[in-house]
Design a protein around this ligand. Structure first.
Ligand code: FAD
Length: 359
């Protein structure tokens, strides 16, 4: 998203991506409807609608496999799309806008504007770290904070399970929780978050709660949560999970990555007008606002799920007030207030905006 916004404004953008696209990743593949205004703003809605997807009709919360709340979405529906498909599409849109991509190139070090990679060095006045929860850019730029303990691991697999309906199913059990949802008419995606000290493997969870599902292999990711990092020093700018990780259960990580990618790009574009210090302060403030105003429920969910005994108690309470779960689901689904203001002089809805700033 940052590459698309910057290249549409005429900046020279180089994206170094260690994977080759399309690639899968550990994710529930659910897009929060708050993404829709972002696609609209950049003229991407038509392209997005063409991607293979499944529209989820509601949210079912289960405790140890027993449904305690079934909530049909009232207004905005979650859409699931394979990350291999979604991320490749967005990269192609950024490429059409002029961004240059190098795939299979891993960033290894950053020092004084020099980016050392697995295939040579690059120099850049601004470096955006969109490299996920274990961000090399964040660590090498000293934006990382000391790691706190995180005793949870995330797992993901594609699943064949014809009996699965059109809800996303969240099951909380003593060793963690999982989310399972369709990604098309035949396949589903499951992500399981497990406490690492329980020694339980994802296969055992499948046998226990989803014995009819067939799947092949697991991917894993760690950490599931960590303290937020500093977001910028004026030279390096962190976006998405690199800056801050949300609890996966509420499915807001992709939206936050898109929103902060755009936000960082717009602030970088404002540097010639307002100076670096004002731009960095503005990004820090907007970043805090985005997470502060929208992610209260996410923080509560994290608090509730971080320890096994606590999560069991909270699930018992929630089973007594299903209406509260419905309210929380609708709040998480509701569209966001505009998170950033596009400077009036820029029209970034077209793919071929003439250069507005010196590269
Ligand atoms: C179990 C689980 C379930 C989730 N479910 C959902 C969900 O349903 N909906 C939702 O919205 N969010 C979900 N999330 C969160 C979501 O996956 C992330 O918030 C989102 O992917 C963050 O996007 P990002 O671009 O910041 O990072 P990523 O998507 O992690 O992308 C980082 C990119 O950087 C590349 N990279 C990494 N290191 C380097 C390097 N050194 N050099 C070059 N390239 C590098 C990687 O290859 C990758 O392509 C889930 C997370 C987990 C753990």
């Amino acid at each position: 998203m940052a590459a698309l916004v910057l290249s549409r404004a005429g900046k020279r953008v180089l994206v170094l991506e260690k994977a080759t696209f399309p690639r899968s990743k550990v994710c529930g593949y659910s897009l929060n409807p708050r993404c829709w205004p972002i696609w609209d703003k950049y003229g991407l809605t038509h392209g997005f609608d063409q991607l293979p997807h499944f529209d989820i009709a509601g949210f079912t919360l289960e405790k140890e496999g027993e449904p305690i709340v079934r909530h049909p979405f009232r207004g905005h529906k979650t859409r699931t799309i394979e990350r291999g498909v979604l991320d490749q599409w967005l990269a192609q849109e950024a490429q059409k806008s002029g961004a240059l991509y190098k795939f299979g190139v891993a960033v290894r070090n950053i020092s004084e504007g020099r980016v050392a990679t697995s295939s040579g060095d690059y120099q850049a006045p601004i470096i955006i770290g969109a490299d996920g929860r274990n961000s090399v850019v964040g660590r090498m730029s000293q934006l990382a904070r000391p790691p706190g303990p995180c005793g949870r691991v995330g797992w993901q697999a594609f699943v064949d399970m014809p009996s699965l309906g059109d809800h996303v199913h969240m099951n909380v059990f003593p060793e963690g929780y999982y989310g399972i949802n369709r990604i098309d008419q035949t396949r589903a995606n499951i992500t399981i978050v497990l406490f690492s000290d329980t020694k339980v493997r994802p296969d055992e969870i499948m046998r226990r709660y989803l014995p009819e599902a067939s799947y092949k292999s697991w991917k894993s990711v760690h950490p599931i949560s960590r303290r937020p990092w500093n977001v910028t020093d004026g030279h390096a700018w962190l976006v998405g999970d690199a800056a801050r990780i949300l609890e996966p259960l509420t499915g807001e990580g992709i939206y936050s990555a898109l929103a902060t990618g755009e936000m960082a790009a717009l602030n970088i574009l404002s540097i010639p007008r307002v100076g670096t210090e004002a731009a960095t302060n503005n990004y820090r403030r907007q970043h805090r606002q985005l997470y502060g105003s929208r992610t209260g429920i996410n923080s509560m969910v994290r608090w509730a799920l971080e320890y096994s005994a606590r999560s069991t108690r909270i699930m018992n309470m929630l089973s007594l007030c299903p209406a509260l779960v419905g309210l929380m689901v609708e709040w998480v689904q509701s569209p966001a207030a505009p998170h950033s203001t596009l400077p009036k002089t820029f029209d970034l809805t077209q793919e071929s905006t003439p250069p507005l700033l010196q590269a």
